[in-house]
Design a protein around this ligand. Structure first.
Ligand SMILES: [Zn+2]
Length: 344
């Protein structure tokens, strides 16, 4: 099993200071992968900068120029959450280009699957707005490139970051070639992602939102994966699967209130890998979104790689959440989503 990984030191140069989304995240991941010997099992994929033409598949050209200009002037805050330094534009070009390269490597058969360890993250970035730590929408850009360059008809995007990927949803809201499925804490930042948001026009039904109550953990996530994501994916028959892999769903993460463990992430990835193997020759591209507890993030990334590699032993030193949240009842929510999307 050949599993690619995208990484480049340029991603550390997006300097956000004391911000939770900072370079220490990738440093923690890389050192954990090296310490555990996992790096030797992976195939490195060199990222490149995305071209303006590629970025323009998702973003307004004036917005792209604006991000370049802010970087040239030394950086600054784009909104209350999102900050740039002088090297952030270049890092963001390589983040988008890294996911494009990962997708190319999977489509060309250089690797079976890939995980792009990039920053800044992407799923909140809209057509003309940076938000939620995101500058360019890496997964949406790679998806548009794959649709165009490989003449694909159907791409599935699974987004398990704890936040709703409003930017990705918007990029494909009226595009029937992309099925976007998001699990997220709700109500929560950025406010979008209700079950009623299902796509528009000919794309009606190709956005599936699974807004979960705070306190949802491994049991609830696996239930949702098995009851909604699996049948929806099987019905859609994707030719490629991209994953907005955000690990801020972990119980130790301080930015949100979910209760997923490293073991839970491994089980979710295993289900996605099963779908890839069954539906699209295993063509899977994961892209790092959130995840702010360094230990949980590094362990969860390793678990993701382990599952993609077919390794069976998953290390979970952090274990299950120490506080016992009362398990939320999500059966009525699952029933309602299945009705809306006609999933049996
Ligand atoms: Zn997030």
């Amino acid at each position: 099993m050949k599993v690619g990984f995208v990484y480049d030191p340029i991603y550390l140069k997006h300097d956000t200071g004391q911000h939770p989304e900072n370079a220490k995240r990738l440093e923690a991941i890389i050192s954990h992968l090296e310490r555990t010997g996992l790096t030797q099992q992976l195939t490195p994929i060199r990222p490149r900068a995305a071209s303006i033409e590629e970025l323009s598949l998702v973003h307004d050209e004036q917005y792209i120029s604006h991000i370049r200009d802010v970087a040239q002037k030394g950086g600054g805050w784009l909104d209350v959450d999102t900050v740039m330094s002088s090297n952030s534009y270049e890092a963001a070009l390589y983040a988008a280009g890294g996911v494009i390269r990962a997708t190319e490597a999977v489509m060309n058969g250089e690797v079976d699957s890939a995980l792009a360890l990039v920053r800044p993250p992407g799923h909140h970035a809209t057509y003309e707005q940076a938000m939620g730590f995101c500058l360019f929408n890496n997964v949406a850009i790679a998806t548009k490139c794959a649709l165009a360059n490989y003449k694909l008809e159907r791409i599935l995007i699974v987004d398990f970051d704890v936040h709703h990927g409003n930017g990705t949803q918007a990029a494909f809201y009226d595009n029937p070639h992309v099925l976007y499925i998001s699990t997220h804490e709700y109500p929560f930042y950025p406010g979008t992602g209700s079950i009623e948001e299902t796509g528009s026009g000919t794309a009606e039904g190709t956005t599936i939102n699974i807004p979960l109550p705070a306190g949802s953990g491994d049991t609830e996530y696996l239930e949702v994966f098995e009851q909604i994501i699996v049948p929806a994916a099987i019905r859609f028959k994707p030719q490629l699967i991209l994953v907005s892999a955000g690990y801020d769903t972990h119980w130790a993460d301080e930015l949100a209130l979910m209760q997923v463990s490293v073991t839970g992430f491994a089980q979710m990835v295993k289900i996605i890998k099963g779908l890839g193997d069954e539906l699209c020759d295993g063509r899977l591209v994961f892209s790092l979104e959130g995840g702010y507890n360094l230990e949980a993030l590094a362990a969860s990334i390793k678990a993701t790689f382990d599952i993609l590699l077919g390794n069976t032993i998953i290390e979970d030193r952090l274990g299950q959440p120490p506080r016992s949240f009362e398990a939320p009842s999500i059966a009525p929510l699952i029933k309602k989503i299945k009705e809306i999307h006609k999933l049996v």
